[in-house]
Design a protein around this ligand. Sequence first.
Ligand code: AMP
Ligand code: GLY
Length: 426
Amino acid sequence: MNVLLLGSGGREHALAWKMSASPLLTKLYASPGNPGIGRVAELVKLDVADHSAVASFCQEKKIDLVVVGPEGPLVAGIADDLRAWGIRVFGPSKAAARLEGSKGFTKDLCAKFNIPTAAYGRFGDLASAKAYVEKTGAPIVIKADGLAAGKGVTIAMTLDEANAALEACFDGAFGVAGAEVVVEEYLTGEEASFFCLCDGATALPFGTAQDHKRVGDGDTGPNTGGMGAYSPAPVMTPEMTERTMREIIEPTMRGMANLGAPFAGILFAGLMITDKGPKLIEYNTRFGDPECQVLMMRLKDDLLVLLNAAVDGQLAHMSIRWSDETALTVVMAARGYPGTPEKGSVIRGLDEAERDGAQIFHAGTAINGGALVANGGRVLNVTALGKTVGEAQATAYAAIDRIDWPQGFYRHDIGWRAVEREKASG
Ligand code: AMP
Ligand code: GLY
């Protein structure tokens, strides 16, 4: 098969790495890709917003499957447009990607199909949103309805913070994404990420993970896209997984089919495990980054076989095998992240760092004058497997010690909650 992968992050490097191990693969193209992806794929420059240009490329190169990494192109309808040209795509239609593209859409789906989630209201103007906040009280959560690159959520501990967040939203802080807001109940519990591979009718559990969103050790400082992750998530016991499938995922699959928008692709449920059980925080309609990196380390089966089965509606006949080991990834970021990262510093020692079994996925890297340099906020994902979380963590940090990149930084405690659990259970 000839495959085109769209995207440029650590998530896409992990997908490229896994697909390149498949005997089904003839040639992998990636756009725009990054230097790590370039080791297993031919990098091509395509304007991903120009769907007919992407389609023409696919025809010319006889692409058998397009794999879409990030949410932007999916919400913009790239899967529909390529399919109209007869091109096979792994990723949801525009109508199904509303699960990520509109938080209000997802909340209404939950209400209609009885899916457990935080109580909420949807508002298109400041006055009615403020009145709702006044009535419910703080803490409360304010969310821009549309895609806001992970920045559209405010956890307001006071009414003043809630009102300020509402004003910023309706003032255009998130552009059109904030023209409508969802205001919702503040949930407490432990968070987990739950993934399903879906073909429109069947959803197969596709692993669990926990990530660390805050930039600093001890889960402090501003939110980021994720500073590290590990899989599996200990809180997702077989019982919790079964409840999540029955109470959240399956009604979502039925509901979407009911609305004429069957979901095919990766459904990524952000969950809060509360004392009453799992509740949906939000959906994403693609792999998480860096969660994908740890899932790919543990996946034993051929990824291309599974993606093909999802595209062809064949998942009811499939099962998926995972390594029993834990995978853990530590994000190395460029100084300044999550604000404005410093670009251009030289990174050395990656081959040496991979010597003892760690796998390094590239995110924001580039080649400049023959040297590997930082070219974004999150730059490298240093990933390892281990029999325990502690072991995976030790291997990943030992690899980081061998990386020569003084301008980079990372958290020193990725996996701390799971390591403490391991210690407590001896
Ligand atoms: P999101 O961008 O929707 O993933 O939200 C970012 C983070 O905000 C989540 O990972 C949670 O930690 C937190 N969050 C979102 N909604 C809620 C909620 N209703 N209650 C508590 N925390 C929330
Ligand atoms: N790591 C969170 C995300 O990919 O949305």
